[in-house]
Write a protein that binds this ligand. Structure first.
Ligand SMILES: NC(=O)c1ccc[n+]([C@@H]2O[C@H](COP(=O)([O-])OP(=O)(O)OC[C@H]3O[C@@H](n4cnc5c(N)ncnc54)[C@H](O)[C@@H]3O)[C@@H](O)[C@H]2O)c1
Length: 447
């Protein structure tokens, strides 16, 4: 299995290299399956919620108008798709999800951008390719192993291409980690400790929304951690082999003593530490509150909902085909937010600390420390770039939509990267359920 995955990685890399070299020859957009003339790429967007309307909507059609033409919007919620049209500021025709095929037939897009609730990505990714379109999917590409297989098989069957919006690869701090690991200074990376700290603002927000139910998000180990697992896979240029995990809902869900349907209708407004008055958030009221009667989705859902089953506490161990061991933890109820990532190599240690939010002063948002022996150490700091997610949201779009974008570190992610990052979280879930080690090769066949 290791050999198979390695072979496929090499095939993938060499395919990327071909794509990259075509980029230098073609004046227009340049990767496989996309309109290679000087015309703009015609895109449609399915899933017109927050991420769709803003990052892949308003912030695409304006700044990328030389490269992209938005020709259709589609959502399961007939009202939200109209709200999105207004936010985006487009004349694109709107459709409800049952009319996805009709949208493709009428608008004839080159690409479909998928930003629905995670568990539905697969439906649109596969159907879009079957109807002749390339795809950009938000992470996670899929929430179940059979969905991953369906995507890999559909890509092969149709000859179309899936790109995954792994914006974390494009963050300044990620590029810095890549630079150090690629330099070989640390030698072989023997182990990695990765700690994800989510605070009671951001962390809790997942449990108010659809993300708190595994059936929607595949758990935070898929929804959220797919970013982190992809980062490690990309940094190591290695494939995950086996996964063991522990996880539980230790804080939210049925752990609370009070609960309601949602904050606005709750009897415990004054006593609940997580009460959120959504009526004061104009954007949320417009995008979700005003559309509730269509799908009964309440954006201010209760963090104490008994049906919450997405773990707020988890520990995952992953072994890689190149020998590295990863220990990853995620806690979603902490008093501060950030990450600590340490790489232990045969020639030294790299410690990375990302300070996102904490009740103490730091001299910089990101701290790096490289220690090569017991007497010497070097510390330096960094800050995020400007723009969405530290400028990464723009860079990922540049890489996909602008012509002649060099990609020397392989930041442009395809389906294989998407699938492998999701599969670590899916395998972790399976390990938590079965209390057994789960092999990635038992979940997917690449050829
Ligand atoms: N890369 C990042 O940094 C990042 C950040 C935020 C969200 N995301 C991803 O973007 C996606 C959307 O997240 P969001 O925060 O916008 O959520 P959201 O709830 O605001 O939007 C989801 C939209 O999908 C629609 N939808 C649900 N089921 C559908 C179906 N079957 N067919 C068509 N439409 C359907 C909903 O009506 C809603 O409008 C998710 O996959 C999420 O993981 C990525």
């Amino acid at each position: 299995m290791y050999r198979n995955l390695n072979l496929n990685r090499r095939q993938f890399v060499s395919k990327s290299a071909v794509i990259l070299s075509s980029a230098t020859l073609l004046p227009g957009l340049s990767f496989s399956g996309i309109n290679k003339t000087l015309k703009k790429v015609k895109v449609v967007l399915v899933g017109t919620g927050s991420r769709g309307s803003h990052t892949w909507g308003k912030n695409l059609v304006g700044p990328y108008s030389d490269y992209v033409e938005m020709v259709g919007l589609c959502d399961a919620n007939s009202k939200r798709v109209e709200v999105a049209k207004e936010i985006i500021g487009t004349n694109a025709k709107t459709y409800v999800s049952g009319d996805f095929d009709l949208m493709i037939r009428e608008q004839k897009p080159d690409m479909v951008i998928v930003t629905t609730t995670d568990c539905y990505h697969v439906d649109y990714i596969v159907r879009a390719m079957e109807l002749g379109c390339d795809v950009i999917s938000e992470k996670p590409i899929a929430t179940e192993a059979d969905q991953c297989q369906n995507i890999i098989d559909a890509e092969k069957r149709t000859g179309k291409k899936v790109y995954v919006g792994f914006n974390v690869r494009f963050m300044n701090e990620s590029a810095e980690m890549k630079r150090i690991l690629s330099s070989g200074e640390l030698g072989k990376i023997i182990s990695i400790d990765y700690q994800e700290y989510l605070d009671t603002s951001h962390g809790a927000s997942y449990f108010r929304r659809w993300h708190g139910k595994i059936k929607n998000s595949g758990s935070l180990l898929v929804h959220k951690s797919s970013h982190h697992f992809d980062l490690i896979n990309w940094l190591l240029e290695a494939d995950p082999v086996e996964v063991q995990a522990m996880g539980k809902v230790a804080y939210y869900g049925s752990n609370g003593k009070i609960r309601g349907k949602n904050c606005r209708s709750c009897d415990h407004k004054t006593s609940c530490p997580f009460y959120w008055d959504m009526t004061k958030d104009e954007g949320a009221m417009k995008m979700y509150g005003a559309c509730e009667d269509v799908d009964h989705y309440y954006r201010d859902g209760c963090v104490w909902d008994n049906e919450i089953d997405s773990y707020d506490t988890s520990t995952v161990q992953v072994s890689y085909d190149k020998g590295t061991q990863l220990t990853y933890t995620l806690n979603a109820f902490l008093p501060y937010e950030g990450q600590k990532i340490t790489f232990s190599g045969e020639h030294g240690k790299l410690d990375v600390r990302l300070f996102y939010r904490q009740p103490w002063e730091t001299d910089a948002p990101f701290e790096f420390r490289l220690t090569k022996d017991r007497k010497t150490t070097k510390r330096w700091t960094m800050k995020p770039g400007d723009g969405g997610h530290g400028g990464a949201d723009e860079r990922v779009k540049d890489m996909i939509f602008k012509p002649n974008q060099a990609d020397p570190t392989g930041q442009r992610a395809g389906s294989r990267a998407g699938v492998l990052s999701s599969l670590i979280g899916i395998a972790a879930r399976k390990s938590i359920e079965s209390k057994k080690t789960v092999k990635i090769s038992d979940l997917i066949k690449f050829s």
